[in-house]
Design a protein around this ligand. Structure first.
Ligand SMILES: *Cc1c(COP(=O)(O)O)cnc(C)c1O
Length: 393
């Protein structure tokens, strides 16, 4: 019996396990040195001065929206081909997610798509754009950043697919040269795994401080920030030892030392993981039948592939996506679809009845995600390619 192939999975090695066990045997399980160590390691990889760890990519997106003070009456432009969390982050703070179309070949929102979405904001104030680096390929950040600046928009990169990707200017994703913040996820299907985990990088010390504030209930222990001197200080002007303040509620979005130790151990393997994924992608491209075409490639930069997506004209081959997925599953090959365009989710259809985005719909109609993970061997790729060739002949 051939082994089952998921579409993605983590690689956990003995040294990853040892790093976690070391924390478990230590005195500090949260708020300790493994958290700051992980933040420093990620800041190094992203070439950003600040990295704030949190407990999911979704929490990171929410923290970014809070740090920018987005709220009711504000519009956040979000590409429709993404995971629901990108748009939901705008809704968490009461802002509206206004969906942009994408390039049907790559699934990426470009400056023209952003421009068009800005004409659909109605009476809302356009305040921010959340570009998504889909599949590991980066959106045109110089182009999007320049347009955002002209319109006074803040920019938050959803980089959950793109840890280790170089952008078109050859800067690492997370450096935030054309954005205010970049958000990462360390869910087990992502390139680096923490179980559940996320982080936000930024160049802006003020945003870094706000992210940390909202990550931990909105509580500050910084005497310079206290608003109630009578409560905070004693007769000699010394801060009371028990005292902290909350000016506005935040959340508990902290990452603990246990998962951060795993994250740091995994980050050290990013180059190896990225290289093996690129090798598997190249092998797929050689072996796949002409009916299953790799998605369009952006020029410049260097993707760190998160998932392997092909485009298939299922109808032209006398079949359907569901039939192909079921047949592959019958042979132990799990596939997925990334994603049903978010504007077609019931919640967002209700907010924007009748909205159609032809690029997003075309990308969606043809896409299929094939297995891609570091633990695959070349024979697994041969097996998937041959199975697809049989099904599409
Ligand atoms: C995974 C993912 C998220 C959410 O990350 P979690 O860590 O699962 O919360 C957000 N956006 C995109 C594009 C993702 O792929």
């Amino acid at each position: 019996m051939t082994r089952p192939l998921p579409y993605g999975r983590q690689v956990i090695e003995d040294d990853d396990i040892a790093a976690v066990v070391a924390v478990l045997k230590s005195d500090i399980l949260t708020g300790g040195p493994a958290v700051s160590g992980f933040e420093a390691a990620l800041a190094g990889i992203a070439a950003a001065p600040h990295a704030v760890a949190c407990n999911s990519g979704t929490a990171g997106l929410h923290l970014a929206a809070l740090a920018l003070d987005l709220g009711p009456g504000d519009a956040v432009i979000v590409p429709s081909v993404t995971f629901v969390a990108t748009a939901n982050a705008a809704r968490y703070v009461g802002a509206e997610a206004v969906f942009a179309d994408v390039d049907p070949a790559t699934g990426l929102m470009g400056p023209d798509h952003l421009d068009e979405a800005l004409t659909r904001c109605g009476g809302l104030r356009p305040k921010a754009v959340f570009p998504v680096h889909l599949n590991g390929q980066c959106a045109d950040m110089p182009g999007l950043g320049a347009l955002a600046r002209r319109h006074g928009l803040a920019v938050v990169e959803d980089a959950c697919h793109a840890l280790g990707s170089l952008q078109s200017d050859d800067r690492p994703t997370g450096a935030c040269a054309h954005s205010d913040m970049a958000v990462f996820s360390f869910h087990p299907v992502k390139t680096v795994a923490m179980g559940e985990g996320g982080a936000v990088t930024t160049r802006d010390a003020r945003l870094d401080a706000r992210l940390r504030l909202f990550r931990s209930h909105g509580i500050t222990r910084e005497p310079a920030e206290f608003l109630q001197p009578d409560e905070a200080f004693d007769g000699e002007g010394r801060p009371n030892p028990w005292y902290y303040e909350m000016a506005r509620p935040g959340f508990n979005y902290r990452a603990c030392d246990i998962v951060c130790a795993l994250g740091t151990s995994q980050l050290a393997k990013l180059d190896r993981f990225r290289t093996r994924r690129a090798e598997l992608m190249a092998l797929y491209e050689r072996l796949l039948p002409p009916a299953a075409r790799p998605i369009g490639r952006v020029s410049g930069g260097r993707p760190s592939w998160h998932i392997m997506v092909v485009h298939i004209d299922f109808e032209a081959h006398g079949t359907s996506r569901a039939a192909v997925m079921r047949a592959l599953a019958g042979q132990g090959v799990s596939t997925q679809v990334h994603y049903l365009p978010v504007h077609r989710q019931p919640y967002y259809r209700g907010r924007f009845p009748g909205l159609t985005l032809p690029g997003a719909d075309e990308y969606y109609r043809r896409c299929l995600t094939l297995p891609l993970f570091v633990g695959m061997d070349d024979g697994d790729v041969v097996r998937v390619a041959e199975a697809l060739a049989r099904l599409l002949s």
